[in-house]
Design a protein around this ligand. Structure first.
Ligand code: UDP
Length: 413
């Protein structure tokens, strides 16, 4: 039977897997526990779903525990999430007290596992206070913040800081998200899973089916932005860029795909703005996709010649990673994590305006060879930097370094 590691080695190369095995050798016999608040849905669960079995295959005893709570608890943690991302939300004290009670109840359930573990990764704010109730912990605890904490609402951050400061380390996704803490903070950006439905290679039949389903013209140039209908993603700016470029590329097609907006009142307003801006142009397809349309999104990213992500504000921008992995140059907004991924003239172009985006669209369609070369570079850039195996390597390195304290040299065998 082929192991997961063997399958990954076909994508990443054997050296990457060997390096993971060398690091894992230093952690043999250790126990690791990841804790978050949901087994399915959202990026954290998606990553842990693969990361935990992969770590186990490396011979490290790794568990994934999920805390439970009631609707008041999740109302509180949703407020915390929004407040960390900068919203001025004051969470009532009663809810904060309830947050602590729920953390204590979960600590009572998980205490034996958590106190015995050598490394505990606590993901996001929901389980952050478990540490307070595991007073006999023997291992190192690491708080892993997946959200944009660059400008947290101060009152909420002060509340969380009381717990976070007692951890041995914290991890943020980007340098600008790091908060002042009395321990070491590590930067570990997110990653994509190359073997997931969103990113796996597709057959020509599957691509043809998606092309036919959305009446995409196979022979005409196509640009796409796949992103929530959110003003910060600037879908209307993408339509402006398309219109400017179309004067020079008359057959140009644009696909704008996002999720269904029914549960997001603002999403619906933005979708209306997008539909108004698109007017009756038959070459603009505005698609509302269900949440599980991973293979469809995969196909649209592969069908496009160029992918846009013209955000004016962005955390990391996984859509950029996904598109680059498919060998597409990305024209992205000059902001947040897009800057880490889009390297001018190598993996795409950073832009600030619809005019800038239109200029780069024209440039790339006029330089087909350059476009293909950039696509090849883009894929290799993601292979090197933003696949799940890189994230796992950094988690292992972090554990090794915490275990060895201040030694200045660690030999891998
Ligand atoms: N996505 C999706 N359906 C959509 C739009 C986006 O599944 O209709 C996915 C997209 O492929 C990516 C994630 O949602 O994996 C969006 O992540 P990103 O970091 O780009 O932006 P966020 O939405 O988190 O701001």
């Amino acid at each position: 039977m082929t192991t997961m590691l063997e399958t990954y080695s076909t994508v990443t190369g054997a050296d990457v897997i060997r390096h993971l095995q060398q690091l894992a050798e230093l952690l043999k016999g250790k126990t690791v526990v990841h804790v978050n608040s949901t087994r399915v849905g959202g990026g954290v669960a998606e990553i842990l779903d693969k990361l935990v079995p992969l770590t186990r295959e490396l011979g490290i005893d790794t568990r994934w525990e999920v805390i439970t709570g009631d609707s008041d608890f999740y109302q509180c943690t949703k407020g915390m999430h929004n407040a960390i991302q900068g919203n001025r939300i004051t969470i009532p004290d009663a809810l904060l007290n309830h947050f602590l009670e729920v953390n204590e109840q979960n600590a009572n359930q998980l205490r034996a596992v958590l106190e015995e573990a050598d490394f505990v990764f606590i993901h996001d704010p929901q389980p952050v206070a478990l540490l307070k109730y595991c007073t006999n912990r023997k291992g190192k605890w690491i708080w892993r913040c997946h959200i944009d904490a660059s400008h947290p609402h101060r009152r909420t951050w002060r509340f969380l800081d009381r717990f976070v400061r007692d951890y041995e380390a914290s991890i943020f996704s980007l340098p600008q998200f790091v908060q002042m803490l009395p321990h070491s903070s590590y930067i570990i950006p997110p990653s994509i899973d190359p073997l997931s439905d969103k990113n796996v290679d597709l057959t020509q039949d599957e691509l043809d089916a998606v092309q036919a389903r959305f009446s995409i013209d196979r022979d005409a140039p196509m640009i796409a932005q796949i992103s929530r209908f959110d003003r910060f993603k600037d879908p209307v700016g993408v339509i402006e860029a398309y219109k400017l470029a179309k004067k020079y590329i008359p057959t140009l097609q644009l696909v704008l795909a996002g999720g269904s907006a029914t549960d997001d009142p603002e999403g619906e307003v933005v979708l209306d703005e997008v539909r108004n801006a698109a007017g009756d142009d038959p070459n603009i397809k505005v698609l509302q996709l269900p949440p599980d349309a991973h293979r469809t999104i995969n196909a649209l990213q592969r069908l496009a010649d160029i992918v846009l992500q013209k955000s004016t504000k962005e955390g990391f921008g996984l859509t950029v990673t996904e598109a680059l992995w498919k060998g597409k140059p990305v024209i992205g907004g000059d902001t947040g994590g897009i800057r880490l991924q889009v390297i001018n003239f190598h993996t795409g172009f950073l832009v600030n305006t619809p005019e800038g985006a239109a200029l780069r669209i024209r440039y790339l369609f006029n330089q087909k060879q350059k476009m293909l070369e950039m696509g090849v570079k883009s894929k290799e850039f993601i292979r090197e930097n933003f696949l799940l195996t890189r994230q796992l390597r950094e988690y292992l390195t972090l554990m090794v370094s915490l275990q060895h304290g201040a030694v200045d040299r660690i030999e891998l065998s």
